[in-house]
Design a protein around this ligand. Sequence first.
Ligand code: MN
Length: 204
Amino acid sequence: MATYTLPELPYDYAALEPHISGKIMELHHDKHHNTYVTGANTALEKLEAAREAGDLGTINQFQRDLQFNLGGHINHSIFWKTLSPEGGGEPEGELAEAIKDSFRSFDNFVKQFTAVATGIQGSGWSVLAYETISGKLVTFQLYDQANHIPAGVYPLLMLDMWEHAFYLDYLNVKADYVKAFWNIVNWQYVAERLETAKQVTLVK
Ligand code: MN
């Protein structure tokens, strides 16, 4: 039995239209995400086979394969749930307070996250995360599926900026894709992730 499995989308493929088309969601979930799941399971098998054979020469390559594919699996699993046909608007409660405390205002946060997203050079993600030492919220650019992740962070909101995520709908106009994203953010789920993040202790 496979270690990693493809989760179901929590809504129909076309549920996020007109912001993200059903065609993109179907390809993105069934093909792209599934490929990361398969790749992560394959990497685990190859690591075990390399250990069994005592072949350390292949260990680093398979670790990188696992890191990349598991990154893809985790990032997409979070991404689907941070989107909702009933999303949009602004966060409330503790999440709203945390955003205000860390970015001065919700509008400033939207501007910063948008700049992070549209400024990615190549393939990657724009991320809002909880920094577990300071308790502050931070944004960062995650490259490919697992590169340049700062130490000590727990992701709260992630936007896929790979071309496969938007090109069929928006061609090269990244700014319109990011603008549409704000209409479908599931702030309730992001708030639940913040609650969980606050329980994480990396350094005591
Ligand atoms: Mn993707």
